[in-house]
Design a protein around this ligand. Structure first.
Ligand code: PEP
Ligand code: MG
Length: 577
């Protein structure tokens, strides 16, 4: 049989399945007492969970694994969160809920709030909540700790419904050949962990836990996103070959991390980084990049109960600017609302959040929020090379209105004698087809553009990018999207204005080759893509890229374009080998 899902961490694995199933804590049999007894039971479970987490954390710290220890540190924070703790106690006291019911209700409500988001950092918090909730419920049900992934029975392909942060923290990396899960996509917690440990992974494979069993031999192809349970000797040999090829390719790509990205015919390509905070960890790859192509500023507003004030925002922007010196830092104004609700801001629920009151639209509706951010950005602009970018622009009016808000913020700072960089570049994200089609007009209004391909694919193909039911319709290789990008590049280039790409397409070597062929000279991506993209840039020449772009733009279907690109890429790699 063949099963398919989303390949989120490239590689091939051949091995036996280890089916990992977390039993749901048996709280149905729990017999509740008086509210006072339930409060005492909750206290005891909370103390026991705290002791478990502290032990786990200490153990990892003494093994020198700070990163994993931090996961349990974050769990300790959630466990002692005053707001949630207060709500649980109130539900027991005022509503007469049992301790497990109260814990489950409060944690589930907070997790549900975060589960809607695409953003990996926020989704990680949702997983953390579920994880801590499970620990508390197990304690209340009097159950022992779950079997841990730290003691695997030899090299296995891990198959699970989903993996929680405490699972991955405990993961016996040496013995995991691959990962398959039923839920999750390319931005899920498991995907991030798999990529950072370089474990081949295919996620979002429906019902796979029911279809496979421990000990069964499978082939996991995390290039194509497939799982095979049967094969011939010849097929097995060809997967073995593919596995070795991918490993060689990955090892070689790493050597490119520190190189200067120049095409074979001598064209310098700017390779930039996407970041979401001013955390030292996020700033670490700065030395390998030409700047920040996308600073997703909305993360500063998330996961907290109060909005960040001007000073806090200013400090965060300044830290990033100082880390980058003269290199550009493209700060995107807040892209919140709709599917990215904020705890610290009451927003009405919408039926079509992706088509709703998000990003710039929300800024126009809440001018005080926008004004604070613009002031913070302007104040920070004197500490480096800040480029300001507006997301979700659909019309020329949007651009003019946003620029007017910026003018007001400048004027106010000027009147207060507060310095800002007068020449700060102002640009837009091109992620809605209406503005892509009007790119020639838009280019007259701004200094630069960056194409947000994640949303451009979503809005061009009318597919909700967060809805797994329509995953197959979200076609990154859709020729219509390539054609639109080509139009935008031509319009901005004709007016001598820089245009880059900061969506996922920029970090995928297959689509990046097309982008280069369409005339893109700035690509921004997550840290894991820097080396493979630099390798691609160094291997290609502009004429070759132009032919590739011409071919995919002339394709009738996304499948045709993807097959052509994969064939071309394998050929390129074979030539290199
Ligand atoms: C995009 O839409 O391509 C993009 C980079 O923005 P986000 O993924 O944050 O919506
Ligand atoms: Mg976007």
């Amino acid at each position: 049989m063949n099963y398919s899902g989303t390949a989120v961490s490239e590689g091939v694995a051949i091995g036996t399945v280890y089916l990992y199933q977390r039993a749901r804590p048996q709280i149905e049999a729990y017999s509740a007492g008086t509210p006072a007894e339930e409060a005492a039971a909750y206290d005891a479970a909370s103390l026991a969970a705290r002791a478990e987490l502290e032990t786990l954390r200490e153990r990892l710290l003494s093994a020198g694994d700070q990163e994993k220890a931090d996961i349990f540190g974050a769990h300790l924070e959630l466990l002692t969160d005053e707001v949630m703790d207060g709500e649980i106690r109130e539900a027991i006291r005022e509503e007469g809920l049992s301790a497990p019911q109260a814990v489950e209700r409060v944690f589930t409500a907070y997790a549900a709030l975060l589960s809607q988001m695409d953003d990996p950092l926020i989704r990680e918090r949702e997983m953390d909540l579920r994880d801590v909730c499970g620990r508390l419920l197990r304690g209340l049900a009097g159950e022992a700790e779950e079997p841990s992934l730290s003691r695997l029975p030899g090299p296995v392909i891990l198959v699970a419904e989903d993996l929680l942060p405490s699972d991955t923290a405990a993961l016996d990396r040496e013995h995991v050949l691959g990962i398959v899960t039923e839920v999750g996509g390319s931005t899920s917690h498991t995907a991030i962990i798999a990529r950072s440990h370089e474990i081949p992974a295919v996620l979002g494979v429906r019902e796979i836990c029911r279809l496979l069993h421990t000990g069964q031999e499978i082939i996991l192809d995390a290039v194509e996103g497939t799982i095979r349970t049967e094969w011939s000797e010849e097929e097995r040999a060809s997967y073995e070959k593919k596995r070795r090829q991918v490993l060689r390719r990955q090892a070689r790509a790493k050597q490119y991390l520190a190189c200067t990205p120049v095409t074979r015919d001598g064209v310098r390509i700017e390779v930039e980084l996407n970041i979401a905070s001013a955390d030292p960890k996020e700033l670490e790859p700065a030395r390998y990049t030409d700047g920040v192509g996308l600073f997703r500023s909305e993360f500063l507003y998330m996961g907290r109960d109060q909005l960040p004030d001007e000073e806090e925002q200013f400090q965060a922007y300044r830290r990033v600017l100082l880390a980058y010196g003269d290199r550009p830092v493209v700060l995107r104004t807040m892209d919140i609302g709709g599917d990215k609700p904020l705890e610290c801001l009451e927003l009405p629920k919408e039926d079509n959040p992706f088509l709703g009151n998000r990003a710039l639209r929300l800024c126009f509706q809440r001018p005080e929020l926008f004004h604070t951010q613009l002031r913070a950005a302007l104040r920070a602009s004197v500490f480096g090379n800040l480029w300001l970018m507006f997301p979700m622009v659909a019309s020329i009016e949007d651009i003019r209105r946003a620029k007017e808000a910026l003018r007001k913020a400048r004027e106010e700072l000027g009147a207060q004698g507060i310095p800002y960089a007068p020449g700060m570049k102002v640009g837009i994200m091109v992620e809605i087809p209406s503005i892509a089609l009007l790119a020639d007009k838009a280019a007259q209004e701004v200094d630069f553009a960056s194409i947000g391909t994640n949303d451009l694919v979503q809005y061009t193909t009318a597919v909700d990018r967060g809805n797994p039911e329509v995953r197959q319709y979200y076609q990154t290789f859709h020729p219509a999207v390539f054609r639109l990008i080509g139009m935008v590049v031509r319009a901005f280039s004709q007016q001598g204005k820089p245009v880059g790409v900061c969506g996922e397409m920029g970090g995928n070597p297959l689509t990046a080759a097309v982008l280069l062929g369409l005339g893109i000279r700035r690509l921004s991506m997550g840290a894991a893509s820097l080396a493979p993209i630099k390798e691609l840039v160094c291997a290609i020449d502009c004429e070759q890229a132009r032919e590739i772009a011409e071919t995919v733009c002339a394709c009738s279907t996304a499948q045709e374009a993807e097959e052509y690109l994969r064939g071309w890429f394998d050929h390129l790699i074979c030539q290199e080998e």
